[in-house]
Design a protein. Sequence first.
Length: 148
Amino acid sequence: MEHREFEELLKKFISGDISENEGERFREHLASCRHCQKEMNQYDALEDMMKKMKLQDPEDTMWEGYWSSIYNRLERSFGWVIFSLGAIMLLFYGLFKLVEQLIADPTVAIIVKAGILALLLGFAVLVVSILRQQLFAYKKERYREVQK
């Protein structure tokens, strides 16, 4: 048995997915190969060390700082969303009033008025298209529920 084949059998042995026939071949090879015995001993030592390891519970002060930082981030994110919505509303209102004045002004040429309306209609179509595309991409996102 080659060492590459042993490595595959070792992986199967460790995971418990080894068949009876493969297990027998694995044990036979292990009994006769010092290199493979050394690898198996290293694996056993690693497994023993992992069993002895204990996870430490974080201190209460760490949790307080963690939740405080989460709260601050949420609060700031919410503030930025509200600020952005207000700015967008004022910008659109100002643009609306500007276009309203230009359309109502009899001194502005009809071609300028048509150009402004075409520009606004094209912008609206692009915004709707982008929003629709983003919504479709969000619904089809395979990794949406994966946590970092």
